[in-house]
Design a protein around this ligand. Sequence first.
Ligand code: GRG
Length: 325
Amino acid sequence: MEIFGDMGELAAEKHVEYILSVEKKKDSFESVVMEHLRMNGAYWGLTTLDLLGKLHAVDVDQIVSWIIKCQHDSGGFGGNIGHDPHVLYTLSAVQVLALFDKLDVLDIEKVSTYVAGLQNEDGSFSGDMWGEIDTRFSYIAICCLSLLHRLDKINVENAVSYIVSCKNLDGGFGCMPGGESHAGQIFCCVGALAITGALHHIDKDLLGWWLCERQVKSGGLNGRPEKLPDVCYSWWVLSSLIMIDRVHWINKEKLVKYILDCQDLDNGGISDRPDDAVDVYHTYFGVAGLSLLEYTGLKAIDPAYALPVDVVNRIFIGRQSKKES
Ligand code: GRG
């Protein structure tokens, strides 16, 4: 990217090789620790490949049939075959099918009934039948139902007022009312409010100030005051700043340099901090962060849906134009 001058480059080919290799090394430490959340891993890895223009390198039919095997009678998806259903994996399943333009393999009524059934009276959402409540699950339910065109199945007004009840005096949001502001939860709350057209509940200058203070000397971002920077906050913080139109308040050049410094230039992949071990999660959020920063050669990503912009457009505009033609 020209405006970023001489600061090293994204080792795109290496990262593609790394993502493809993780799937093949079934006995590796990373594959074993990710066994129970393989659906999330599929979303991180495959979205990275799509942003890098290499989604065609995978076997679509094989992945789609594995996803279908992870679905339960309730309509929800598990993190792997035989694992319990949870909204965390249900959104990833929907997102991966969206990447492949395969949402039509879903029984939309069944999936959306599962997600909508997790809404509680106060508007909050549980993650699964065991009842844990978290603003992450509010975002997931809203994002998932919106991608399926079924937001009508929940009480959106209550969902929004629950999220607003999690807003703090510093302008940020936590995982429940009174919970400490954290950039990950802020992404969830801002994303959910963006999707439901309710961003007016946010004090954009106050939240923008808190978010841009997350940038530390190295150029990286942390998730809350006094914490270490981590590449994943390039996503959680930047996407939130974009949604509230305050992204010009951080130093983009320094953040690009920080993300590029976290690459493993020999074996591919991106880590949380320079010289740490790489993983698929940080590789995805590093590449996604660079996409938000308009790094050359990457597809653009939508800050609210966390999917490539062309995929989101296909879902919300493509359907209309198919009908019209
Ligand atoms: C589709 C992108 C997408 C997300 C789905 C699961 C989810 C919705 C959002 C998770 C948001 C979140 C809470 C992210 C933070 C993850 C993280 C790095 C937590 C670490 O917390 P600590 O306390 O680390 O271990 P810090 O950095 O605060 O020291």
